[in-house]
Write a protein that binds this ligand. Sequence first.
Ligand SMILES: [Zn+2]
Length: 220
Amino acid sequence: VSIRHHVSDDLLLSYAAGNLDEASSLLVATHLAMCPHCRSRARMAEAVGGVMLEGAGEAPVAPGMFADVLAAARKAAPVAEAVAAPVPAVHSEIVLPEPLRSYLGGDLAGLQWKRVAPKVDQILIETEDRRSRARLLRFGPGTRVPTHSHDGRELTLVLTGSLHDGKEVLFRGDIAESDERTEHDPHAGPDCDCICLAVTDAPLRFKSVFARLLQPLFGI
Ligand SMILES: [Zn+2]
């Protein structure tokens, strides 16, 4: 199954410019490890960033300039694929791509999950940068996340199973990006556990009283 939900332009540019917090960078980099399409986009963004820096001081950067440059770059010759790193043998139990694996170590079987709600487990991922929080979440089949909205941005990267969010179904490698305007109640697909990497930059606001009572348990 190929990845259909990619890193947004905004997020990719911030990443390429080194402006993202650690947790969000971890999520983007983990997606890039699985997605040749976005690796190529990231190289382009870095190249364009370099051109813009060289031009800085000579002329102010006009709004829309980046889009123009990017459009020009798209027309130019495609960026050659970097020589791919050797791909380790795939074992079904190893589902954690780098750099996520460096944070959590080993494969899924060795992880210490903490139950935070019925059929919901999590592992908080330690980052030095506290501007946002990264966690691995595991939802049992069909588990619904209480309806919530956001004060900030929520990024979700699916690692196993599927996540249904509105009309969209996300599979391994897919990213969902939510912000203040999003109100949603994602749920795991019916067939197996859904494990996601989730990054939030502000506490979620749950709608129902019951969900608000659960919030301290989630710690999100
Ligand atoms: Zn992608």
